[in-house]
Design a protein around this ligand. Structure first.
Ligand SMILES: N[C@@H](CCC(=O)N[C@@H](CS)C(=O)NCC(=O)O)C(=O)O
Length: 220
């Protein structure tokens, strides 16, 4: 059986878990925190979560895992069949990762642990986030379609949803900036995505694990 390593507060972990639940896959969840434990490094060479273990071996990096799951378990698809449309979905995912998720993460020390982030980093992150939002506005099919890549839900909806949870939280805390409002139709889409049964389940687990997680982060 597939194994999924990670923890409930991790948005990357939740991207993969959401896709696995959506596809109806059977898997064992192994609560794992990132780190240098040699047994885990054997599975996840950067020590990061998520990681999945298959009969053939382990895989890491969320977008890689999502694309593997799609190829290995194509029922209940999360990608279109057309090659160009598939690439468009991956393009939105890449923008969400590089220009929304990652600049927001640079603000985490201050947002999560109260350790002041320099003004230079704040300015750089703000500029990247701003460009990322403009790129998303150009790429997504909102508000004219229900999902970011068109009529059907894809892995881009899943990735963007969880990336925005952390990015909106950081943008709000540091810049008092409502990131979701930057992209026409994204607020309504975000609300619809949050109402999905799987989102509700994962958000609940994340909230339940949050207090312990924040304590661990602040203690570092
Ligand atoms: N590029 C990785 C990023 C995963 C990631 O950063 N996960 C966090 C938890 S949310 C982590 O493991 N952080 C520990 C670290 O960066 O060493 C992916 O796409 O899966």
């Amino acid at each position: 059986m597939l194994k999924l390593y990670g923890f409930a507060v991790s948005n990357y972990f939740n991207m993969v878990k959401h896709a696995m639940l959506y596809k109806g896959l059977q898997f064992d969840e192994v609560t794992t925190f990132p780190g240098a434990d040699p047994a885990y490094i054997n599975k996840s060479p950067m020590g990061k979560v998520p990681c999945i273990e298959t009969a053939q071996g382990c895989l890491t990096e969320t977008s890689v895992i999502l694309n593997y799951l799609e190829a290995a378990y194509p029922e209940k698809p999360l990608l279109p069949t057309d090659a160009f449309q598939r690439a468009k979905v991956n393009e939105i995912m890449k923008v969400a990762e590089l220009y929304i998720e990652l600049p927001a993460r640079r603000l985490f020390p201050e947002v999560l642990a109260g350790k002041v982030v320099s003004d230079a980093i704040k300015a750089e992150s703000r500029e990247t986030l701003s460009k990322g939002c403009k790129a998303l506005a150009a790429l997504v099919q909102l508000p004219n379609s229900p999902y970011v890549a068109g009529e059907n839900m894809t892995m881009a909806d899943i990735v963007l949803r969880y990336a925005l949870i952390t990015a909106s939280m950081s943008a709000k805390a540091i810049y008092s900036w409502d990131l979701v409002a930057e992209v026409p139709g994204m607020a309504d889409w975000n609300k619809r995505m949050a109402e999905l049964e799987i989102s509700t389940q994962l958000d609940k687990a994340s909230q339940e694990g949050m207090a312990a997680f924040l304590q661990a982060v602040k203690g570092k």
